[in-house]
Design a protein around this ligand. Structure first.
Ligand code: ATP
Length: 274
């Protein structure tokens, strides 16, 4: 049997310690943020993860990239487990890159765009483009090429996040995410912190990049309008559980779960009011 390609999440459970009851010495009541969720993202597929605030969407993303530990279940990419990796096995995650909501806090404020983009090449020399770690000219050319792919001029290379707009910072984050040629891009509310006028541009950029590189995407958003534009399939989360998963057309035209119907109705209300 061949291993499944792409991302495979099976029965994933994530708990956080939770607040202490009764002050500093009280017992912590664990919060189950993600409860036995199974979700696949096939190669070349874009899956949107939607649901109310606090439903566990970001926690799933964080577990996939190793920012929070799983308490149960499994996460595999191209058939290799991503859980409990030893430091020397971290390469297993290099095929996955994540873009966060707030581009300013995702970038190191002390580093220029070029240094932020190049950091990944130091961490993963085996997959860095030829020569970029020793040859400054090649490094600069590779940075400028990545900046061009995200619609930024070469002079952005020397700038720090404080000298860039929110939209430019998010483009640098995308260039940084692409530096190791990932197969899967996880976008966690990647456009929702940007000015409305910039949101559509960055969204178009993500769609273009995905198509040019045949990436798969896990796209976390609360905006169902965005889901229609980007996703092949939608997974709906509620209180840590996956309540429904369907292709975009089916989900919007024939939702099966009451909660999905509520979400769709709320989105229509917002559209009508705006
Ligand atoms: N570091 C943490 N420590 C304790 N609880 C946390 C932590 N991070 C998240 N939680 C809790 O886990 C649950 C899921 O949060 P999560 O951020 O994954 O939801 P979300 O669907 O991404 O929400 P949002 O759309 O608001 O980002 C929530 O109850 C949240 O309060």
């Amino acid at each position: 049997m061949t291993a499944a390609a792409g991302l495979r999440i099976t029965d994933l459970t994530v708990t956080y310690p939770g607040p202490r009851a009764g002050g500093l010495v009280g017992r912590r009541t664990p919060i189950t943020a993600v409860d036995a969720v199974s979700l696949d993202v096939a190669p070349d597929e874009t899956v949107a993860l939607v649901g109310e605030s606090g439903s566990g969407k970001s926690t799933i993303a964080r577990a996939v990239v190793g920012l929070v530990p799983a308490s149960g279940g499994s996460i595999d990419f191209d058939g290799a487990s991503l859980l409990n990796l030893r430091p020397r096995d971290q390469w297993a995650r290099r095929n996955i890159a994540m873009i966060f909501q707030d581009p300013r806090s995702a970038l190191n404020p002390r580093l220029s765009a070029a240094a932020s983009i190049g950091e990944a090449w130091e961490a993963h020399p085996d997959v860095a483009p030829e020569g970029v770690r020793r040859d400054q000219r090649r490094r600069r050319a590779a940075v400028v090429d990545l900046l061009a792919q995200v619609g930024l001029d070469p002079d952005v290379a020397g700038k720090r996040p404080t000298a860039l707009s929110g939209g430019q910072c998010q483009r640098v984050s995308i260039a940084r995410a692409l530096a190791l040629s990932p197969k899967l891009l996880i976008c966690d509310e990647a456009v929702s912190a940007l000015d409305v006028s910039v949101q559509a541009q960055v969204l178009q950029l993500l769609v273009r990049v995905r198509e040019a590189r045949s990436l798969s995407m896990l796209f976390i958003t609360h905006d169902l309008g965005v889901v229609r534009q980007v996703a092949d399939r939608v997974a709906v989360m509620r209180r840590g559980e996956l309540v429904e998963s369907a292709d975009v057309h089916t989900l919007f035209t024939a939702p099966q779960h009451d909660y999905t119907r509520e979400l769709l109705a709320a989105a229509v209300d917002l559209d009508v009011r705006s």
